[in-house]
Design a protein around this ligand. Structure first.
Ligand code: GAL
Length: 421
């Protein structure tokens, strides 16, 4: 009797535990045999959501046996999503797949043992030769490939409001920093009080990196992330001073703005320019704003500051087979087209047909083919998440105190702490 009671209690307890974890239940609710595939991104709105929707449509065709579940957490560059993800991973509650930038950021998850090796799937799906070798290298650790790239984005693009620029008599993009300063002066003189729209920490980091690329050139800039270029150098001090000057042309409430708030200033004609990645092309299109132009950031020449959104199979994902179907779709030619035509990025696959793409991406595909690739820290291709966080907080502090020496020492300290990790 006692034994029976204990067994019954234990069985009831186990059933409850199974229900709570979803295990053993073929209910399509995330358990074994589940049909749901939770896709975790920060693409919640505008052009980002349009890109995701394009991919989901393809997934529905290719993987009709599964159900897409949108796990998006809003906030540019994953400013909120990454924290939510970190805590879910820590609690062993991973989504079925999540967005992770190719390069050092992805390496964080690999080193922490949080994601699975996809080398066998690369072979099975014929992905080995579908992507450029350099990109596959940024997804590989110890010979194993851990992620499927969806795209290549460009970070160092300057977006302009054509009418505001024309009213100030500006008809061609600036190609050097001094020319850019003189355009910004002209705009101010014409009554555009804050001609350069800017947002918070990571967007400031992007603007600063664009200045660094102009000052150092592509090779030396890339060396900042490999220990080959000294963050303490006089050229960095110079770059910080130029960046400080640029801040004086930007909106004072920048620290409270996401990239889309800054973009709105350009759309409303309150600002003339914004430095932002080419997800802005998709977002402006999604919002129906047509009066814009774009050019590489002044002085960046043919440097193509790249980043790539890639997707992974987390350890202990509830529906690994469903995740694999998602990954196979996004790595396919059809998936990359469905996504990138809407997202502002270019396909990571090398077999894409440029004429399938809107005008912006056609130009970007041509620039990528002949440009010099340089990585981005806020978008993970250059640095780890720890390094990203250290730089973002130093930039945030600089935005209010403007202390050049303090920013430079913080950057030197961050490189010392994170460079070889
Ligand atoms: C980047 C991401 C892009 C875009 C952007 C703004 O980190 O790679 O796809 O979403 O953030 O949120």
């Amino acid at each position: 009797m006692r034994l029976r009671t204990r067994t019954a209690v234990a069985a009831a307890g186990m059933a409850l535990a199974l229900l709570a974890s979803g295990c053993g239940a073929d209910d399509g609710d995330g358990g074994a045999g589940s049909k749901k595939v939770e896709v975790f991104t920060w693409w919640a709105d505008g052009g980002e959501k349009a890109g995701l929707d394009g991919l989901v449509a393809q997934f529905k065709t290719d993987c009709a046996q599964y159900e897409f579940v949108n796990g998006a957490v809003a906030g540019g560059a994953g400013s909120n999503a990454k924290q939510v993800l970190a805590s879910r991973l820590q609690q062993n509650d991973p989504p079925d797949t999540f967005q992770a930038h190719a390069g050092a950021e992805l390496t964080d998850y690999i080193k922490a043992g949080q994601i699975e090796d996809l080398s066998a799937e690369y072979k099975e799906w014929g992905l080995d030769s579908a992507f450029p070798k350099g990109l596959v290298d940024s997804l590989t650790v110890d010979g194993k490939i851990y992620s499927v790239p969806a795209n290549i984005h460009r970070a160092n693009v300057l977006w302009g409001n054509k009418t505001v620029l024309a009213q100030a008599g500006i008809t061609a993009p600036a190609t050097t920093l001094p020319e850019f300063f003189s355009q910004l002066d002209t705009l101010k003189a014409k009554g555009v009080a804050a001609p350069l729209a800017l947002g918070k920490d990571w967007t400031q980091q992007m603007l600063f990196e664009a200045v660094l690329i102009s000052k150092l050139g592509p090779e030396k800039f890339s060396g900042l992330w490999t220990g080959q270029t000294d963050w303490a150098g006089a050229d960095i001090t110079d770059a910080i001073n130029d960046y400080k000057k640029l801040l004086s042309y930007s909106n004072k409430d920048r620290d409270t703005f996401d990239w889309t708030d800054a973009e709105k200033l350009v759309m409303e004609g309150k600002a003339a320019y914004q430095l932002m990645g080419d997800w802005e092309a998709a977002d402006l299109d999604a919002k129906g704003f047509k009066d814009y132009n774009y050019s590489v950031f002044p002085g960046n020449g043919d440097a193509y500051q790249w980043l790539a959104d890639s997707f992974v199979l987390p350890k202990n994902a509830k529906n690994p087979e469903g995740t694999k179907c998602w990954l196979k779709t996004l790595g396919s030619a059809a998936g990359q087209k469905a996504f990138n035509t809407k997202k502002g990025s270019i396909p990571a696959r090398t077999d894409a047909n440029a004429t399938d793409y809107p005008a912006y991406q056609q130009a970007a595909i041509a620039d990528w083919a002949k440009g010099k690739p340089v990585p981005s820290c806020p978008h993970g291709s250059a640095c780890s998440q720890g390094w990203q966080g250290a730089v973002a907080s130093a930039q945030g502090k600089f935005s209010s105190d403007g202390d050049v020496a303090a920013l430079q020492s913080a950057l030197v300290a961050a490189a010392k702490q994170y460079a070889s990790k």
